[in-house]
Each structure stands twice: as structure tokens, then as C-alpha cells.
Design a protein around this ligand. Structure first.
Ligand SMILES: Cc1cc2nc3c(=O)[nH]c(=O)nc-3n(C[C@H](O)[C@H](O)[C@H](O)COP(=O)(O)OP(=O)(O)OC[C@H]3O[C@@H](n4cnc5c(N)ncnc54)[C@H](O)[C@@H]3O)c2cc1C
Length: 212
């Protein structure tokens, strides 16, 4: 996959320890929400790369990446410190988990997984479909976009990190209401697929993107 140098259009704090990075879409770049790019960076002389998932419903003009900032991490604090006009090297898009206006959606998100979750829900609602967002995070991000989704008719539930039983109940309640997408770190993805199985739903049919 070819590398592309892209320009940062804006970096905005969208929640506790969470930034949204708007990137100018390079010519010929096409991607759908749910897909991810590889970001390459040289931080303190070390060449590093990490994956980040699209958090905008489309790539028209710009596209967005939502980054949960790990203060002990190598790349995420560096990304959060970027200014408009900075250049990034990316590769991609990658990934078969993607949404292309294909009907009703139920999106489960843990932590920074809320980025692709709001993007997919927005794209579904824009195209006249139903959307459910089940989001687990003690310090929720993208609350403006979640409020707008609710106002547009989507169902949104936010759970504290210690509310695993409530999340599992909600997965069972809504898990049959549309195509299921799951975004977040491995423990979260495992909890959601376990909850689908416990509810007698087809966990293998869920589109799961684990962040590691
Ligand atoms: C397909 C995919 C999509 C992803 N999409 C997103 C996304 O949309 N948004 C998002 O925020 N993240 C996403 N991620 C995760 C992202 O790629 C990074 O892993 C994350 O941002 C952390 O990177 P970092 O360089 O800041 O931290 P890292 O330097 O990777 O460190 C992470 C943590 O591990 C600890 N650590 C590192 N090395 C060691 C070691 N040797 N021993 C013990 N502890 C160690 C660090 O202290 C830190 O707490 C995605 C991952 C994948 C695989």
C-alpha cells in the first residue's frame, strides 16, 4: 500500500483524554467508516507506526481520526500535540469492517472505539436507517455528536467502566436490531461477543475490530 503525506486540518479535544484529528483528504483516497489507516511518525528519533480508525461518516474534503491519548504511550500523546498544518504519513485504508449505508446498525464502542461508532451511526441515520450506540467509558467523548444522534432518532446508551452487566443486558436487548459492529480494545470486544452469545445471538456475524 502506498504511503501518502497528508496535512492536518485541525486537532480538537472531544472528551477526557481524547482528541479528534481532522486530516485533509488526499486525491484519490477513498474509505468507509470502520476502516483504519496506518499512521507513521518519527518520535524522538524513533520510527513508529500505529493504526487509527476513521471517525467521520465520509472522507469528503477531510476525514477524522479519534485518538484516545495514553499518557504513557509513544504515538498518541504526540498526535494530540499536533497543530493544524502539520504533516502525517499514512497508509491505507485497511480493514473489512466497514459500513456502506447497508441498513440498520447496532454499534458497541469501548473507549476510543466511539470514533467509528459515531461515524457509522451518523452515516446510517443520514441514509434513513435506525442506529443504536452502546458505549462504555467513564469519561465519554464525542458527547455533542451522541446528543445530535439521539435528537435525530438514534438510541444511545452510555455505561460506566464498572457497568459490565448493564452493557451485557443492553447488547442482549438491542443485538438483533441491526448489523452489529464492535470497536474497542480486546477485553471490551470479548465482553460484547460473550454477551451476544449469552443472549442466543450470532456473535460470529458481528463485525468486530479490536484495537489490540
Ligand atoms: C485495527 C486497529 C485500529 C485502531 N484504531 C484506534 C483508534 O481509532 N483510536 C485509538 O485511540 N486507538 C486505536 N488503535 C490503537 C492504536 O493503534 C494504539 O495502539 C494506541 O493509540 C496506543 O499507541 P501509543 O503509541 O500511544 O501507545 P504505546 O506506546 O503502544 O503503549 C500503549 C501502552 O502500553 C504500555 N507499554 C508499551 N510497551 C510496553 C512494554 N514493553 N511493557 C509494558 N507496557 C508497555 C505503555 O506504557 C502504554 O500504557 C487501533 C489499533 C488497531 C490494531
Amino acid at each position: 500500500m502506498d504511503e501518502r503525506v497528508v496535512t492536518v486540518a485541525a486537532v480538537e479535544t472531544v472528551g477526557p483524554g481524547t482528541v479528534a484529528i481532522d486530516v485533509e483528504t488526499p486525491e484519490g483516497f477513498e474509505a468507509l467508516p470502520g476502516q483504519f489507516v496506518l499512521v507513521r511518525a518519527t518520535v524522538e528519533g524513533e520510527e513508529l507506526s500505529r493504526y487509527y480508525t476513521l471517525s467521520s461518516p465520509d472522507v469528503d474534503g477531510t476525514f477524522e481520526l479519534t485518538v484516545g491519548v495514553d499518557p504513557d504511550g509513544d504515538i498518541s500523546p504526540w498526535l494530540a500535540d499536533l497543530d493544524a498544518g502539520a504533516e502525517l504519513t499514512i497508509e491505507g485504508p485497511f480493514g473489512n469492517v466497514k459500513y456502506d449505508d447497508g441498513g440498520d446498525v447496532v454499534v458497541a464502542a469501548g473507549g476510543p472505539g466511539i470514533g467509528p461508532a459515531v461515524a457509522i451511526a451518523e452515516r446510517a441515520v443520514e441514509h434513513g436507517h435506525e442506529a443504536v450506540v452502546l458505549y462504555q467509558d467513564d469519561g465519554p467523548a464525542h458527547t455533542d455528536r451522541l446528543d445530535a444522534l439521539e435528537a435525530a432518532g438514534a438510541t444511545v446508551h452510555v455505561f460506566d467502566d464498572d457497568a459490565d452487566p448493564d452493557l451485557a443486558d443492553a447488547v442482549g436487548e438491542y443485538g438483533d436490531d441491526g448489523e452489529v459492529y464492535v470497536f474497542g480494545f480486546a477485553d471490551f470486544c470479548g465482553a460484547v461477543t460473550d454477551a451476544l452469545e449469552s443472549a442466543g445471538l450470532d456473535a460470529d456475524a458481528a463485525q468486530v475490530e479490536s484495537f489490540g
